[in-house]
Write a protein of this length. Structure first.
Length: 335
């Protein structure tokens, strides 16, 4: 059988430039719906992190560190595996909505089945879990996850924009935490699932991403107004005018756009077929087909996986184990 001819280097370069230009255009469309951050965020930076506490748990010693970025206070929990050095790969473990926050991913509080940070730690990864600002920054925090105070302080911005700013600043602060990782993965469930996608889409320092129960297509979601509620945890008010019509609707961006920005880095999507949070989770394979085909056609089929399982809004143990295998392979390939 004749082998397929390799594409000329010039053509490969042109395709790469075209892909980069498309990703930049998509990023601008998304940023337009995230609102306007404080003027001081035009020159982002972080101060030196301070360790505020440490505790013993099933994860060993878990430390809480805090620092300030242009938006306010950021809090992260950090745990290191035995024999870790500065270059040990880092997993950013993003928690779901809830008061347990980062404690849950380490198995300290909350649902023990969502202690995926603990699993990655035991697999030899350094784990850093950022708290969502609504759970950590006293200036705008709310035990009920109500963003009213946040929008009083930042009426032109969005909770999505703040989370992305905070998460990118966690990457900036890693050296201050003694980390110079050889590889970085973003892993999360539910709220953490789409936070991991947003971070990977907007920051190429993330080498691999795992999103569990994090999204469905906004265009066909029967409850699309979840992304721009009028009360409680309001993600992005600027999206509201696009979400009032019946599905399918025209939207400025959708989650496949984020995946196009992440390409060709490794991605794993995990989703239950009976998830009560989402309305059309069964349509996810069709929604992601173009993304999957793009990886496949580039000879990168193993870099994209969609794991559908019979179950609800969960990140099952077997899927967590598969995520560890995927991230491990991605980090080894990067080296």
């Amino acid at each position: 059988m004749m082998s397929m001819p390799k594409l000329p280097l010039v053509l490969l370069c042109l395709l790469s430039l075209s892909s980069a230009a498309s990703a930049h255009k998509t990023a601008k469309k998304i940023e337009a719906t995230l609102g306007t951050p404080p003027a001081r965020c035009a020159t982002p930076g972080v101060d030196a992190p301070t360790k505020v506490s440490e505790e013993k748990s099933a994860a060993g010693q878990v430390e809480t560190w805090q620092f300030h970025n242009c938006a306010g206070l950021v809090s992260v929990k950090v745990a290191l595996p035995k024999n870790a050095d500065a270059s040990t790969p880092v997993v950013l473990a993003f928690p779901q909505t809830g008061v347990a926050g980062a404690d849950e991913v380490f198995g300290i509080k909350g649902d023990a089945g969502l202690a995926y940070g603990l699993r990655f730690l035991r697999a030899g990864f350094a784990v850093v879990s950022p708290e969502v600002f609504i759970n950590a920054d006293s200036a705008v925090a709310s035990k009920n996850w109500d963003t009213a105070s946040f929008y009083e302080h930042f009426p032109q911005w969005s909770a999505l924009g703040r989370m992305l700013t905070d998460d990118r600043s966690v990457l900036d602060v890693l050296p201050g935490l003694g980390r110079s990782p050889s590889c970085i993965a973003a892993v999360g469930h539910s709220l953490g699932g789409y936070n991991s996608l947003f971070l990977a889409a907007f920051d190429k320092r993330v080498n691999a991403v795992v999103s569990s129960a994090g999204f469905e297509s906004i265009a066909t979601d029967d409850d699309a107004q979840r992304w721009a509620r009028t009360s409680w945890f309001i993600y992005a008010p600027a999206l509201r005018p696009f979400l009032t019509t019946a599905a399918p609707r025209s939207v400025p961006w959708d989650f496949d756009d984020l995946l196009r920005m992440i390409y060709p880095r490794p991605v794993m999507i995990v989703q239950g077929t009976d998830d009560p949070v989402w309305t059309k989770e069964d349509e996810l394979p069709n929604f992601l087909k173009a993304t999957q085909d793009r990886y496949k056609n580039a000879g990168l089929a193993e870099n994209f996986s969609l794991s559908m399982f019979k179950g609800g809004h969960a990140f099952p143990g077997f899927a967590q184990d598969a995520a560890i295998s995927m991230v491990t392979k991605a980090c080894l390939n990067k080296r």
